[in-house]
Design a protein around this ligand. Structure first.
Ligand SMILES: Cc1cc2nc3c(=O)[nH]c(=O)nc-3n(C[C@H](O)[C@H](O)[C@H](O)COP(=O)(O)OP(=O)(O)OC[C@H]3O[C@@H](n4cnc5c(N)ncnc54)[C@H](O)[C@@H]3O)c2cc1C
Ligand code: SF4
Length: 342
């Protein structure tokens, strides 16, 4: 499978959008924003995912309004409502309009299946994907924040960049101007995202060579200052799968792209090749979530103890944290090994 995908990509890049403002507002390297802006400037339409007006869910929209690019920015870690998007896109394509469709691989696959034929006026872009969590997790977390802060959430991100790409923060802005920020991995939402995935994602068919889009983009995990394409504000990985995708990418001049090889691109991004593993707590979390909601499931989970153990870690200065993290996980591994021997 690994070798197949290697053959499948025409070219592979690491890179980012040139504007620092766009880069800071984007999920990784702002690749989707650059692809989208190009399409709108060409007079075409862009389909992608935004948070819905009330902020409790996410949905696919199709638009030719450049103002919508800001709402499209950022990863929404939930299953987005389709809102008849396939029919809307087909209608536009049949009318001869150009469309860029960005979505999760299974959604791009479903669109292709529904269309039933190639369209020269369609460019598809899939995200590297290890699967979203359930919309109810998001909705309950947003409501929890609204209750706590006594004000409506008007802006939300699970991949907020606090001046630089990593670590990523959960960010919420309230109607009355208050702001909530916390490292995503340390939030109840972050824990639910890791533990409580969708069943189909543990055995995803859209891995390896089963690619559905002209271009695939993701986070360039593992990139370091030694790499020519390093940017502390965010870096995207780009796999180009078709000649149409290559031509489209080359037509964009607001990108900095460096060609790289397959091994470097997937070294720390195995979700290109394999599905995520089911978390040991998934079933109990799901049961508790259905019984009493997010905070009840969190209460019953090992989230608290993880946080307690991370208490010392959180007090460490930023530059010592990677070493702290290494030591922590080595201890966890050793404990597991010792337990296995007993
Ligand atoms: C659920 C999920 C899991 C992911 N898992 C991985 C992973 O394991 N490894 C990895 O490298 N990358 C993963 N990604 C992709 C990564 O987080 C970025 O979304 C991607 O690199 C695009 O970043 P960007 O800076 O180019 O996008 P931006 O310029 O910020 O634009 C964001 C784009 O993402 C689209 N989008 C946002 N949320 C969704 C959604 N829920 N469904 C469909 N489209 C959406 C928007 O329509 C927009 O086009 C995942 C994304 C999601 C949504
Ligand atoms: S992991 Fe696979 S099945 Fe799950 S959302 Fe992503 S592409 Fe779809």
């Amino acid at each position: 499978m690994y070798e197949d995908l290697k053959e499948h990509s025409i070219s592979i890049y690491g890179g980012y959008i040139n504007s620092n403002k766009d880069l800071l507002e984007s999920a990784s390297g702002g690749m989707a924003t650059a692809l989208s802006r190009r399409m709108i400037h060409d007079g075409g339409y862009v389909a992608g995912v935004v948070y819905s007006e009330h902020m409790y869910s996410a949905e696919y929209i199709v638009t030719n309004d450049e103002k919508d690019l800001d709402r499209l920015k950022g990863s929404k870690y939930i299953d987005a409502n389709k809102n008849d998007i396939y029919n809307k896109v087909k209608k536009l394509l049949d009318a001869g309009e150009k469309v860029l469709f960005t979505g999760l691989p299974c959604i791009v696959g479903a669109l292709n299946l529904m269309l039933g034929r190639e369209y020269d006026n369609l460019i598809t872009c899939e995200l590297v994907c290890h699967g979203p969590t359930h919309t109810q997790v998001h909705a309950q977390y947003v409501r929890y924040l609204e209750e706590k802060y006594g004000s409506k959430v008007v802006d939300f991100s699970v991949k907020h960049k606090e001046g630089k790409w990593l670590p990523t923060y959960l960010y919420a802005k309230f109607e009355d101007g208050q702001v909530f920020k916390k490292e995503f991995a340390d939030t109840e939402y972050g824990y639910a995202f890791t533990v409580y995935g969708k069943n189909a994602c543990y055995n995803c068919k859209f891995k390896g060579n089963n690619r559905t889009a002209d271009i695939m983009i993701g986070d360039f995990w593992g990139v370091s200052e030694k790499d020519s394409f390093y940017n502390e504000l965010g870096v995207s990985v780009v796999f180009v799968h078709t000649a149409k995708g290559q031509k489209y990418l080359e037509s964009i001049d607001e990108l900095t792209l460096f060609e790289t090889d397959f091994e470097t691109a997937v070294r720390k991004n195995q979700k290109v090749i394999v599905s995520k593993k089911k978390h040991p707590e998934k079933d109990s979390f799901e049961k508790n979530f259905k019984e009493g909601g997010l905070m009840y499931a969190i209460e019953k989970s090992s989230f608290k103890s993880v946080n307690a153990k991370r208490g010392i870690y959180n007090k460490l200065p930023g530059f010592v944290r990677p070493l702290g993290r290494k030591i922590y996980y080595t201890i966890v591994k050793l404990k597991k090994r010792l337990k296995g021997r007993q």
